[in-house]
Design a protein around this ligand. Structure first.
Ligand SMILES: [Zn+2]
Ligand SMILES: [Zn+2]
Length: 345
């Protein structure tokens, strides 16, 4: 099969022929029909995660089951499915409680094993993790759910418990940030979007952000406090840097909730976080890590009904060659939305 292969940390990704995967026990092989390019793929390429090389990235995906391993009860060849990027083991206390996103024995396509920037991908623990895609939801929209959209949904619904009428500040209007804008609006929240890319801010405004703040070196928290008359109730760092994390926390009003969604790998040491403010103002600092398959049905129902439209976040569809070229520069790419890869292109 054709796949985007990375041979070592920071090496130029190349498209080449590699062996097709076989279904692991309890798992399946999918023919990949759509797979998103995410900043986490860039982190793995840059050496911020422990991945074994040569490596195939890709963790936001939709596809069709082509092979079923031993012990799989729920799935058959031909089933159209997606999967959370965190695949829980299905057996531990966390998985049994519906919290597979924190499973200690989790598998992640594109990190713990080869991912979906390929014609085929193997997935583990298929019964507890695969999610059927309803007929009314296309593959591109479903692929967009796998990491960033589901992460934004869980961050706001499951973690921050956003209520109607609350101000939500979203720092970073990339894939996960724009997803957060859409989810926050669907909950009846009022949104301030922050980014350094004016095009991304225009997209955020189109999705219902009431205010946008161009982060071009200005005092972001002061701007947010001004716009919201005192700060927002909820703020999301959808980028993952010391600066954006601090901007998010300092944009909150007293007793506000910060959700850390953007990854902050300690490559430059642990980030400095304004803890004095967190204590003095009794802020909640919440981590959020994807979303378990158990929580997908409620979100999928909103997508099927059209209340949430992840397909509106898809900016463009590219082939494997373009994905290989995009990966090394993805942290700097000025994309206004989600880039989806069609491996058959
Ligand atoms: Zn991702
Ligand atoms: Zn588990």
């Amino acid at each position: 099969m054709r796949a985007v292969v990375v041979d070592s940390v920071g090496a130029r990704p190349r498209v080449r022929e590699v062996a097709e995967p076989t279904a692991p026990s309890g798992g399946v092989v999918l023919r990949v029909t759509a797979t998103g390019v995410c900043r986490s793929d860039w982190h793995a390429w840059a050496g911020h995660d422990e991945v074994a090389f040569p490596h195939v990235p890709g963790h936001e995906l939709a596809g069709v089951v082509v092979e079923v391993g031993t012990g799989v009860a729920r799935w058959r060849p031909g089933d159209r499915v997606t999967v959370p990027f965190v695949c829980g083991c299905g057996r531990c206390e966390w998985c049994r409680a519906g919290e597979a996103q924190v499973c200690p024995d989790q598998q992640q396509p594109g990190f713990t094993h080869w991912g979906s920037f390929a014609e085929y991908v193997a997935l583990h623990a298929a019964d507890p993790n695969l999610v059927r895609i309803p007929d009314g939801v296309d593959d591109t929209a479903a692929a967009a759910l796998g990491c960033r959209f589901a992460t934004a949904y869980r961050a706001l619904v499951g973690r921050a418990r956003v209520a109607e009428g609350e101000w939500v500040t979203v720092v970073g209007a990339g894939g996960v940030g724009l997803s957060a804008v859409m989810v926050a609006r669907s909950l009846g929240a009022r949104v301030v979007a922050v980014d350094r890319n004016p095009e991304a801010l225009a997209v955020a405004a189109g999705l219902g952000a009431e205010h946008t703040v161009h982060a071009d070196g200005r005092d972001v928290p002061a701007a947010v406090v001004d716009l919201t008359r005192g700060g927002s109730s909820v703020a999301v760092d959808a980028v993952g840097s010391e600066q954006t994390c601090a901007d998010s926390i300092l944009s909150l009003r007293r007793r506000g909730r910060h959700v850390q969604v953007g990854l902050l790998p300690p490559v430059d040491g642990h980030p400095r976080v304004p803890m004095a403010r967190a204590i003095g103002w009794e802020l909640d600092l919440l981590g959020s890590h994807g979303m378990a398959a158990a929580d997908y049905p409620a979100m999928m129902a909103l997508v099927e009904r059209g209340s949430l439209q992840p397909q509106r976040l898809v900016e463009r569809t590219i082939g494997l060659e373009e994905a290989a070229a995009l990966l090394p520069v993805f942290d700097r790419a000025t994309v206004a939305g989600i880039t989806v890869v069609d491996p058959a292109r």
